[in-house]
Design a protein around this ligand. Structure first.
Ligand code: PMP
Ligand code: GLU
Length: 400
């Protein structure tokens, strides 16, 4: 049977998620008995705080085992509404909030309801691996605006101004950013808003899932800028700030017409997210963020460790991430170098060699639209990080 012929063009055009692929390759090598350190997946190594788990158990005992309204339980949407107001100065009503099975689904919902074939989407690069692929699934055209390490991986207002056209339906970005850890500050967001507000048919998707993991400033939401409030969709979720990746809970705050369209779409795809999980997440948002801040303190210490050890490697240009839990070094100076049997021609080779020779899994920058870089997730213990970077240092010493 020619199964390839039977698969849809949509799935054939889709690339596999590089983060998930690399994490699986690391697991496979581990299963073969190799001592692999995986710094590939962006996933907190902490467990979900106990009080959140307790809230889920209580919700189960109280009968939260049924379908929920498609956009989410009122209890959870109320908590999200209050959180948006408290943390982000955003005024979303309950009918402007949609809960999904992870922020990934929220992003897919937004793209599916806003984009038609031929539409253009500006993606501020380096960008999270799934953005471009989700856009492509709709038939729209992702246009990546690139920013290198010399501009702290942040796209300038001029770049945005030169790229935006009447065909631009959506501008997508994350801040704090996956994969770079860069944070757009309030002046930079204001400059962006001043451009986009001249294009009323252009929407903004602001992915704020790393909001709490910000080492420098208080987080600013672009949706709190009045002139673009009605053009902005704010994405967030429980995965990163509360170490709840496996619970699959994301959400958006959006103009009413977008929220309604996403609810309609989700009603045909997956319905509402898990009932008892939503109750636990409501409890998490309504409680003290003490555990979150403890995790953030740990990430901050790890950032110091990781960046200082990586900087000891001659030729590696290391950024100073202000948020999230990634570092995104530029490794272009290694291209062309060889250890006698392997040559590093690009970031893919670099990551492949680190995996095979040093047994350290990281992700190629190519997956994030940055061919000169690789991403290392420091959501791992200090011991693991120290061991992994010592291995990287040793491995790269052999290349000249
Ligand atoms: N956006 C960004 C920038 C991410 O790093 C992730 C992590 N997977 C997501 C969205 C999706 O998160 P989740 O689906 O786990 O809520
Ligand atoms: N966001 C994480 C990452 O970038 C999780 C993996 C994924 O969902 O792609 O590694």
């Amino acid at each position: 049977m020619n199964t390839d012929r039977l698969l849809s063009n949509t799935i054939k055009a889709l690339s596999e998620s590089a983060t998930i692929k690399m994490a699986q390759m690391a697991r496979d090598l581990k299963a073969e008995g190799h001592d692999v350190i995986s710094l590939s997946l962006g996933e907190p190594d902490f467990d979900t705080p106990i009080h959140i788990k307790e809230a889920a158990k209580e919700a189960l005992d109280n009968g939260y085992t049924k379908y929920t309204p498609v956009p989410g339980l009122v209890e959870f949407r109320e908590a999200i509404r209050d959180k948006f107001k408290r943390d982000n100065n955003l005024d979303y009503g309950l009918d402007q909030i949609v809960v999904s099975n992870g922020a990934k689904q929220s992003i897919a919902n937004v793209c599916m309801v806003l984009l038609n074939p031929g539409d253009e989407v500006l993606i501020l690069g380096p960008y999270w691996v799934s953005y471009a692929e989700i856009v492509k699934m709709t038939g729209a055209k992702p246009i990546v605006l690139s920013a290198g390490i010399d501009q702290e991986y942040k796209v300038s207002a001029d770049q945005l101004k030169n790229a935006i056209t009447d065909k631009t339906r959506l501008v997508m970005f994350s801040s704090p950013c996956n994969p770079t850890g860069s944070v757009y500050n309030s002046d930079e967001l204001q400059a962006m808003a001043n451009i986009i507000d001249k294009h009323p048919d252009t929407m903004i998707m602001s992915d704020e899932i790393y909001e709490y993991i910000n080492f420098k400033d208080k987080h600013v939401s672009i949706g709190s800028i009045d002139s673009v409030k009605d053009q902005t969709i704010t994405i967030n979720g429980m995965s990163k700030g509360f170490a709840m990746t496996g619970w699959r809970l994301g959400y958006m705050g959006a103009p009413r017409w977008v929220a309604q369209a996403c609810t309609k779409l989700q009603g045909q795809f997956t319905s509402g997210a898990t009932a008892f999980g939503q109750m636990a997440a409501a409890h998490a948002l309504n409680s003290s963020l003490q555990h979150t801040y403890e995790m953030v303190d740990a990430y901050k210490q790890r950032r110091e460790l990781v960046t200082s050890m990586l900087r000891e490697i001659p030729g590696m240009k290391v950024n100073n991430p202000d948020g999230a839990f990634y570092v995104f070094p530029d490794i272009s100076s290694f291209f062309g170098k060889s250890d006698g049997s392997n040559t590093i021609n690009n970031a893919d080779d670099f990551c492949e060699i680190l995996l095979q020779k040093a047994h350290v899994a990281v992700v190629t920058g190519k997956a994030f639209g940055a061919d000169n870089c690789f991403r290392l997730s420091y959501a791992a213990s200090e011991d693991q990080l120290r061991a992994a970077i010592t291995r990287i240092q040793k491995c790269l010493r052999e290349f000249s």
